[in-house]
Every structure is written in structure tokens, then in C-alpha cells.
Design a protein around this ligand. Structure first.
Ligand code: DGP
Length: 141
């Protein structure tokens, strides 16, 4: 991704586009989402410009994992929310619109705002589940 055009999030991280910044360290940047599901809706972004999570380095992944709970706690403390969702979209069909990895932290507020449920699901077929678990677990590097 290093020769890619800077993403909108890279431009935010570089200070070229304004944002409501919440947090920054060597690998991670967090700011308020411009189109929030609820007040406090935050994006946590690796400074590394990887398009989707499966292409993100171990170092950036670990850095994100380290701060997601801490930033979530601060959002809960300030908004008064107890419940929240972490949302992470990869690819257009999975509703990703900015192709620079990001984790949404979405507090569920007393007024009902937040991520809407239900998602569409189907019950897992036992035979399909057993087969998938076998093949995917064997494919984990
Ligand atoms: P996703 O659909 O998962 O790719 O979500 C992208 C999110 O990024 C979406 O909720 C809106 C947010 N967003 C897009 N452009 C900007 C921007 O320029 N500033 C901020 N703060 N958020 C943005």
C-alpha cells in the first residue's frame, strides 16, 4: 500500500483534513466519525495505510488491539453508555466505504441511538460447520 494515494484517513492523520481527534500514539489514531450512529461514535485507525484488515501488519494489529478497550472505556464513561458495538467492515459488499482499515466504536445510548439490530442471520448447518472449521483452522498461518 505504500505507493497508494493517501487515503482520506491518512490525510486526517497527517493533519491535512480536520477532525475531532481523541487519541494518538506511534501506530494508532482515533477520531469522531463524521456521520455517527450515536454521539461518541469513534473510528480507531492504524497509521499504516492497509485497505482491509486481512492485509494489516501484526504490529499495527497489536497496537489497535491494545487501545480499543481503553478508548471504549473513555467513550462509555463520557457518554454514559454501558453497551456498545465494535464494527469493522472490509470490502464494498461488506459496507466498507473508506479503504483504510478502521474500527468503529459505537456506543448504544439511552435514546436508542447506535447500531441497529437485527442483522440477517441463518442457522449454521452442523455438517457445513464441521467442514468449515476444519478447512479454515488448517489455513490459519
Ligand atoms: P465504513 O463504511 O466502515 O468504511 O465507514 C467509514 C466511516 O468513515 C463512515 O462512518 C464515515 C466516516 N468518514 C468518512 N469520511 C470521513 C471524514 O472525512 N472525517 C471523519 N471524521 N469521518 C469520515
Amino acid at each position: 500500500m505504500s505507493d497508494a494515494e493517501p487515503s482520506i484517513f491518512t490525510r486526517i492523520i497527517n493533519g491535512e483534513i480536520p477532525c475531532y481527534k481523541l487519541y494518538e500514539d506511534e501506530h494508532v489514531f482515533a477520531f469522531l466519525d463524521i456521520n455517527p450512529f450515536s454521539l461518541g461514535h469513534t473510528l480507531v485507525v492504524p497509521k499504516e495505510q492497509a485497505a482491509t484488515l486481512d492485509t494489516l501488519s501484526d504490529e499495527s494489529s497489536a497496537a489497535i488491539g491494545r487501545v480499543l478497550p481503553r478508548i471504549s472505556r473513555a467513550i462509555l464513561a463520557v457518554t454514559g453508555a454501558v453497551d456498545f458495538n465494535i464494527l469493522q467492515n472490509n470490502g464494498e459488499a461488506a459496507f466498507q466505504s473508506v479503504f483504510h482499515v478502521h474500527f468503529h466504536i459505537i456506543p448504544k445510548l439511552e435514546d436508542g441511538s447506535g447500531l441497529a439490530w437485527p442483522f440477517a442471520t441463518k442457522q449454521l448447518d452442523p455438517e457445513v460447520g464441521a467442514q468449515l472449521a476444519e478447512t479454515i483452522s488448517a489455513a490459519i498461518e
